[in-house]
Design a protein around this ligand. Structure first.
Ligand SMILES: [Fe+2]
Length: 183
């Protein structure tokens, strides 16, 4: 099993043992999947290190939303301590995990793409549809779920930094259309 696959498995175990609901866990995992996709599209420097960062970056939420990036960093560092990673590779993962929040300035190119991807991941039409499906499973009506998804899309899009706005725009617009046209 690759280190990226091992990371995913480990994070799923941590999420499943946590107080987060099944729906929250499912949404978190989908979010990580779409971060990987977005960084692949955004950065020529994409590597499997990004996958590791993506699986771990929000896992700190199992111990509460506050400062979750710092909490995730502790967890990923502990997981990687005996994996013989190059110092540079480890630093890249840490840059992505620690600095994914909007107010931070990542040190690396990949870290910057990762930070943008943390937002843009939600702007894929399929991800927005997942939001609607999960909201309905949580007990919302279809209309409420659609309104919630559109609000989510606006909120996320507004947080995308200028350098990535153009890239995000197309996804944002097609996701909006996809949600609006849901029967
Ligand atoms: Fe995230």
């Amino acid at each position: 099993m690759s280190l990226a696959q091992e990371s995913k498995k480990y994070v799923i175990q941590l999420f499943n043992k946590s107080d987060l609901s099944k729906i929250e866990v499912e949404y978190n995992l989908k979010h990580s999947e779409y971060i990987i996709k977005a960084v692949q599209e955004l950065s020529k420097e994409y590597s499997k290190l990004v996958d590791i960062a993506a699986w771990f970056h929000d896992v700190g939420k199992i111990n509460g939303e506050d400062n979750h990036a710092e909490k995730s960093l502790v967890i990923v560092k502990d997981f990687l301590k005996d994996k013989n990673l190059d110092k540079k590779d480890l630093e890249l993962i840490c840059d992505c995990v620690l600095n994914h929040g909007t107010d931070k300035i990542p040190a690396t190119e990949v870290g910057k793409a990762f930070q943008a991807a943390d937002k843009i991941s939600f702007l894929y039409a399929k991800m927005a549809k997942t939001y609607v499906d999960l909201s309905i499973r949580e007990g919302k009506t279809k209309d409420e779920a659609k309104v919630g998804a559109l609000r989510m899309l606006d909120g996320v899009y507004s947080k995308v930094k200028p350098d990535f706005k153009q890239f995000a725009k197309e996804k944002y617009e097609s996701a909006k259309k996809a949600i609006e046209s849901l029967a």
